[in-house]
Design a protein around this ligand. Structure first.
Ligand code: C2E
Ligand code: MG
Ligand code: MG
Length: 787
């Protein structure tokens, strides 16, 4: 019963401990308890000294007047009490401080404090009544001092401080009350109110201690986390930290940053970021200057900056750093420098630069590409309008490039294009620009003040590009054609100029290649009429405006017609009979030749079906027909429809058919041969005239082009070539036909060289179908007939 308030208080210590922080997790409470106890124990030495001094004063002061036995016993009680505190202090010093403490630990401290308080209440209780006035005052002062000092030193464990104060203050107040003296009654009231004040202050102090502890602990934890993160950041990330002071000198650089600069961190002490620009190179490059200025401006304005690009020189190599930083101010708000992060963005910058380069340069030759050329052409046009300057656009095309690419392979083709790019560049003067538009298309923008200047450049280009190239030990020969458009004469707009130089190029190629042409109104008109031709050709196909002529091929010895070649004609309503040389190229470009070719094949086979059995029909096939992949089916279809035996059909192809994807072409030729048709190589000697074609496919017939036949009399080498071809063809079991035989001399000579068949105006011109039928029906030999 008597103990109830005490036990209640005891429970209260457990419930309301830590000054209202009861809701926190138990381990945190335990940490606070340990800190509270630790704070109390830490004050043990001054507390023991104060206790000893005060105890000594009490003993000495009252030794003459008070009961000496009591004094001695009291003095002896104080000592072991202090001994307990001392032991506790020592053990805390020797062993690492405990991180957590139980409630029992708090209670133990509280009990010790209460006992000490009780011991200090004894002198007042037993000596106050018998003492004189002056000693009473000293005793009261010492007791008050002990309450005050003890409570303060125990303040972090509020329960201990409160119980200690109560243990001294309660009996003290009772003793004062017992005197009945109004002065001491007042003193008692003072003591109680003082004890209350101490208790209240102690509770607050304990509370703020707990909060302070928690705040510190959180701070420590945050600091720990931050330093962990920073360490990880510095160790693993590609970025780094740096700091400069108010003078701009490095006061912190991470190891990573120093390593990237290939120096030790201490080597950077006293250096500024500007020094990094020149750290290794010795002197700053031009691009450093704006960076240095940008940095200085921000530094002096104390303005934060983001992703400032620093060109840093490391071992003579330029690296790019992206630097971000904020100004730092000290606690008094004074500027203390900048702190920031940096990262090496060299690779990204290089990639960006190469992307930029790729966007305007051709990857193969390194020349500007079409987009860049058009930009420069636009600039040139704008400049021309301002100062009336002239310039020229030259379109270049390589002759036989496709052949090199197809026969020697793409790597050789690529090397050749690179060499061509270099040669074209070598022909230019300052201010001119060469670009590659793709494939073998090159274009030059020339700052030319006259037509002659452009002609001279075109001549230089044609001659330089036609000189032999040496690639992988092989000698490669190509030619070049050039078309020129002048600004402003041939156009005042970028597209128009390029188009007109292309038209001029087209004309140069059409007129025999290896030369140059200026754009002209005539060319333009020709191109226009070409466009008209294309429209009309579509119409002609729809209206069936085509017809066939048949030109006989005779046996060179007997003069008997062996074959008739079907030659297409366009019966134009206004222009009359249009020869194939005028419309077949357009039909090939537009793809109309496929439909025209089918019509020819059908009609030629149908016509031939009516001829004597021994006479074959020859039909010309265009390369474009081969590219459709349907040619075998088309031929088989025509034979099936007309009933002409396959053995009476001869297909004439030119070397260009063999150029394009020869593997594929050879397969098609084999399939055609499998149908039973014969295959002739037409116009041999005009194209690339490679004898290797003769071994790649066993043709049934080789037709020597009429241009050779014409040259026979004048050029001994033409005669030698014809002899070589006939010799080779005979050896390979192929028949040779000479085209374009126009004179008896030619006929005699060709016959002598072993040509087995002859074709030409001397024998017969191409005949309308009815005439051909009559001729064949008569069955007579045509030794030198003229139609
Ligand atoms: P090609 O296949 O070499 O036909 C021979 C050409 O030479 C014919 O011209 C013929 O008239 C001409 N010719 C014949 N003998 C002589 C001669 O003694 N002197 C001269 N100067 N010329 C002679 P054409 O009919 O104008 O045909 C030209 C070319 O057009 C043909 O050359 C052939 O490549 C092409 N062609 C003709 N018809 C067709 C066809 O139906 N389809 C295809 N794809 N091409 C055709
Ligand atoms: Mg032919
Ligand atoms: Mg021919």
């Amino acid at each position: 019963m008597i103990l109830r308030p005490f036990t209640n208080f005891w429970r209260l210590t457990a419930r309301q401990e830590s000054g209202g922080l009861a809701t926190m997790p138990p381990e945190q409470k335990a940490e606070i308890r340990a800190a509270q106890i630790h704070a109390v124990i830490a004050l043990t030495p001054p507390m023991i000294i104060a206790n000893l001094v005060n105890a000594a004063i009490v003993v000495l002061l009252f030794w003459s007047e008070a009961n000496r036995t009591f004094l001695s016993l009291w003095g002896l009680t104080v000592l072991p009490m202090l001994g307990l505190w001392w032991r506790k202090w020592r053990s805390e010093r020797l062993t690492p401080a405990r991180v957590r403490a139980s409630l029992r630990g708090v209670r133990r401290v509280t009990l010790n404090a209460a006992l000490l308080g009780a011991v200090w209440a004894l002198p007042l209780m037993f000596m106050f009544g018998n003492s004189g006035e002056s000693r009473r005052i000293v005793l009261a002062a010492i007791t008050t001092g002990m309450i005050c000092g003890g409570a303060i030193s125990l303040a972090t464990v509020w329960q201990a401080a409160l119980l200690y104060s109560l243990a001294i203050g309660t009996p003290g107040a009772l003793v004062l009350l017992a005197t009945g003296d109004p002065v001491y009654l007042g003193l008692a009231a003072l003591t109680v109110s003082f004890a209350f004040l101490v208790g209240r202050t102690v509770c607050d102090r304990s509370d703020s201690f707990a909060h302070g502890f928690l705040a510190n602990r959180n701070l420590r934890e945050q600091g720990h986390v931050i330093s962990l993160l920073l360490r990880e950041f510095e160790d693993s990330a590609s970025d780094w930290l740096w700091q400069i002071d108010q003078r701009g000198k490095f006061i912190h650089v991470s190891n990573r940053m120093a390593a990237l600069l290939d120096v030790r961190p201490e080597d950077l002490a006293g250096k500024t970021p500007i020094d990094l620009l020149t750290l290794d190179a010795g002197r700053s490059a031009d691009e450093d200057v704006p960076v240095a200025e940008a940095f200085r401006a921000r530094f002096s304005r104390r303005a934060p900056f983001r992703d400032l690009l620093f060109p840093v020189s490391v071992r003579g190599q330029r690296r790019w750093w992206s630097v971000t930083a904020n100004p730092v101010f000290d606690t008094e708000g004074k500027f203390a420098g900048f702190r920031g992060v940096g990262s090496d963005v060299t690779e990204a910058r290089l990639a960006e630069a190469s992307l930029e380069k790729m966007a305007i340069f051709d990857g193969l030759t390194g020349l500007p590409n079409r987009q860049h050329f058009h930009r420069r052409l636009g600039d040139a046009l704008a400049g021309r309008r301002r100062n009336d300057a002239q310039f020229a656009v030259l379109s270049l095309d390589l002759d036989r490039f496709k052949y090199v690419n197809d026969t020697l392979g793409h790597p050789v083709g690529d090397r050749l294009l690179r060499l061509v790019g270099e040669r074209v560049k070598g022909c230019l003067r300052n201010g001119d620009l060469a670009a590659r538009f793709g494939g073998d298309e090159f274009v030059v923008l020339q700052a030319a003040s006259s037509r002659e200047e452009s002609a001279a450049l075109a001549r230089r280009v044609v001659s330089r590009l036609s000189a032999p190239y040496e690639i992988d030990g092989q000698c490669v020969l190509i030619g070049a054609s050039v078309g020129i458009a002048l600004a402003p004469d041939h156009g005042d707009d970028a597209d128009e100029l390029v188009r007109n130089s292309d038209l001029a190029l087209y004309q140069a190629k059409a007129e025999g290649k290896g030369d140059f042409r200026f754009f002209s109104e005539e060319i333009n008109a020709r191109m226009q009429s070409r466009r008209v031709l294309e429209i009309e050709l579509r119409e002609a196909l729809r209206l069936r405006q085509f017809s066939l002529r048949f030109q006989p091929l005779v046996d060179a010895r007997t003069g008997v017609v062996t074959t008739c070649e079907a030659l297409v004609r366009w019966e134009h309503p206004e222009r009359g009979l249009v020869p194939p040389g005028e419309f077949i190229p357009v039909a090939e470009e537009t793809g109309l030749v496929v439909a025209i070719g089918e019509w020819v094949l059908d009609n030629a086979c149908a016509e031939a079906a009516a001829w004597p059995r021994g006479v074959r029909v020859a039909v010309n096939l265009s390369t474009i027909q081969f590219q459709t992949g349907q040619v075998v089916e088309v031929v088989a279809g025509a034979l099936a429809r007309t009933g002409l035996p396959a053995s009476r059909l001869e297909l004439e192809i030119t070397e260009t058919v063999l150029l394009a994807n020869s593997e594929e072409t050879l397969k098609i030729l084999d399939r055609l041969r499998a149908l039973g048709v014969r295959i002739s190589l037409d116009d041999f000697g005009t194209g690339y005239s490679s004898l290797s074609y003769l071994s790649s496919f066993r043709f049934d017939k080789i037709k020597i082009d009429k241009s050779f036949v014409r040259d026979v009399a004048r050029r001994p080498d033409a005669a030698a070539i014809i002899r070589a071809i006939t010799g080779l063809a005979t050896a390979l079991g192929m028949c040779t036909t000479a085209e374009g035989v126009e004179s008896v001399e030619e006929l005699e000579w060709l016959r002598e060289q072993g040509c087995r068949e002859l074709q030409g105006y001397l024998i017969s011109r191409p005949l309308p179908a009815a005439d051909a039928r009559l001729l064949l029906g008569a069955g007579r030999a045509l030794p030198g007939a003229r139609d």
